[in-house]
Design a protein around this ligand. Sequence first.
Ligand SMILES: *Cc1c(COP(=O)(O)O)cnc(C)c1O
Length: 374
Amino acid sequence: MSAVDPPPRHVPFQDLEASYRELKEELDAAYQRFMGSGWYVLGEEVASFEREYAAYCAALHCVGVGHGLDALRLALDACEIGPGDEVIVPSNTYIATWLAVSQVGATIVPVEPEPATFNIDPRRIASAVTARTKAVLPVNLYGQPCDYDPILEIAGDHGLRVIIDNAQAHGAQYKGRPVGGIADVECHSFYPTKNLGAFGEAGAVTTNDPVIADRIRVLRNYGSRIRYQNEQIGYNSRLDELQAGFLRVKLRKLDDWNARRREIAVEYREGLNDVDDLLLPATADWAEHAWHLFVIRHPRRDELQTTLGEAGIQTLIHYPIPPHRSGAYAGSSVSDAALPIADELSQDVLSLPMGPFLDEAATAAVVRAVRELA
Ligand SMILES: *Cc1c(COP(=O)(O)O)cnc(C)c1O
């Protein structure tokens, strides 16, 4: 090391507390407003967040629910998907996408991604459609919108619903349109690590279809529209009033925070585009990527992760076990499906530190360490 080298520094994967430090006054005010309101479930904060988030997504309706998994489950239920129906899902995703399909009793039909973008390959969808297929459930993985147009076209040809898992791409755009208001139903998680994250559990469904929005409103509240009149076997999955208040504050910062994520992606791309054996994530030219994660691929991924860790750079793997290899699906017919792309990705993907509070010195330290160790 020469005198001009900066000292090695610890770079955490992300800093969750930083958003509280930045917005402390407004978040504390939201908390106090909530405590003094005397109304703690499905009140003004939820109603206001639903209006504001629907507008943000350019969707006609938003219904707040308990978390992202329930957003998916209630969306499937509202689309009347259940036992005997097939749902096309990406082979590579966080397992929640699959679990929601299993929870409503439908059958999972995994379809492989385009390895460069990590998103479901629209060219593989049509051949996976059968007489039983009811819906396609793509994921906007790592913050990048899936290719909506060809997917909506195939769905239109076969009379399928398109339900989007948008847990990871709040604020992304597809051909200039915000995600959330494009497909039949779009499902959002506000788990604390997401681009728009609560300080606890939270989720929402957005849609332009008033019937689906109405069904989800009833489903999330015991199947009830009028107190003690239960039309159906519903759930209790209401967006928490306090979390809604926090989300309203954070939603106003989301575009700024996503802009910083985009800068980080540029810093990584410029710093790492010539490293041997390293594959950088591809962005489609129509995508405004929300950079939930910056995922690289490397043939000696485990070794790279270990040495980066020793150098103080925290990385994560999204995801080390593809859903079909997980214990949850052991013994089911999908467990022996041939899904070589999902298998391969689980072996070589690595997520670099990412988040709006990562400064340039931190990304420079990551670039330096990866260049040295990869
Ligand atoms: C986080 C996530 C979910 C689940 O969200 P929760 O709020 O944790 O239930 C679903 N799908 C994907 C792709 C996710 O990343």
